[in-house]
Design a protein around this ligand. Sequence first.
Ligand SMILES: Cc1cc2nc3c(=O)[nH]c(=O)nc-3n(C[C@H](O)[C@H](O)[C@H](O)COP(=O)(O)OP(=O)(O)OC[C@H]3O[C@@H](n4cnc5c(N)ncnc54)[C@H](O)[C@@H]3O)c2cc1C
Length: 300
Amino acid sequence: MTAPDSDLLIIGAGPAGVAAAVMASSLRMATVVVEAEGVASKLRSIGALENVPGGWSSGLALAEALQADLDRHQELGRVEVVSGRAVRVVGRDDRAEVVLEDGRVLAASAVVAATGVSTLEAADVAWVEAPECGRLAPLWRAAAGELEGRRIVVLGADRPLGTWLRAHPDAKVRFDVLFPEGDRYKTEEVDADLRVRLDLVERVTVARIPAGFRITAWHPAGGAHNFVVDTVLTNMGSKPAALPGLVVGADGYCPPKEQHPRVLVAGDLKGARMQRIAVAMGDGSRAALAPYYQAQAVPG
Ligand SMILES: Cc1cc2nc3c(=O)[nH]c(=O)nc-3n(C[C@H](O)[C@H](O)[C@H](O)COP(=O)(O)OP(=O)(O)OC[C@H]3O[C@@H](n4cnc5c(N)ncnc54)[C@H](O)[C@@H]3O)c2cc1C
């Protein structure tokens, strides 16, 4: 039996993973962060923030600050950032391991899984049929300049709709937002924006045609409405980026209390609610403190 390579392995360098790394490094834990797409990749596309303490109003600025934090702790020699995609987590009696896509196996005393969520696509939801459309672009990554002057349907009224509109207050866009009953409670924050037309639907069919997309929207009261648009953007929510080896609940999320004792879960991956940057940072910090106190045998 050999000693694990590090004290803490963190999968994902979003707000949760970076907070875990900074906390672990400050406790002098040898820390390795595995990140598939770049530090704080999601935050870089969030145009407007209004609930993150510290006066942060842009996701990009916060992402750059998190990157600078990781860089500083790397220079101190206590954090290593590995570019790669984790494909499995393994909890053992004496260690936890992370298997990477390229076959490498990293080991540590504990693992923090902080892989967040990924965007739901049409094929993931029952209320949209878009069989020939491939992957439709998500609204939250769309640039305002590409949308102005186009006839646009947005599928779903998830929170990124409000974020996008706040981030682009002068964008001359017109969104026809088709949303299911489950999204109704999220429409309040956008229903006064004159650039949005909200339309409750039971289901929607999207077909690609030479002029763009033919949309058929079925309404709960009965009857269908057909129209043609240039652009279809998705905004239907997200799905947990759970890795094999984690214990997954009925909703696909990873409840922290049910994991192997050496495997901790932090941030959006924990559950469908409470998905916020400040919460993810608190979770990440706690996840790093838990194995630290356990190693010190100090009650947590
Ligand atoms: C459009 C939009 C607007 C938002 N606006 C706000 C807001 O205003 N305020 C707010 O508080 N929250 C907001 N959120 C939510 C916020 O972004 C999340 O709550 C937060 O980013 C969660 O942090 P996390 O670290 O748990 O996950 P993420 O930020 O998703 O980070 C997960 C990281 O893990 C990496 N990863 C995933 N799988 C693997 C793998 N297998 N191997 C290696 N790396 C992997 C990803 O590349 C990513 O970098 C918004 C989200 C979106 C999409």
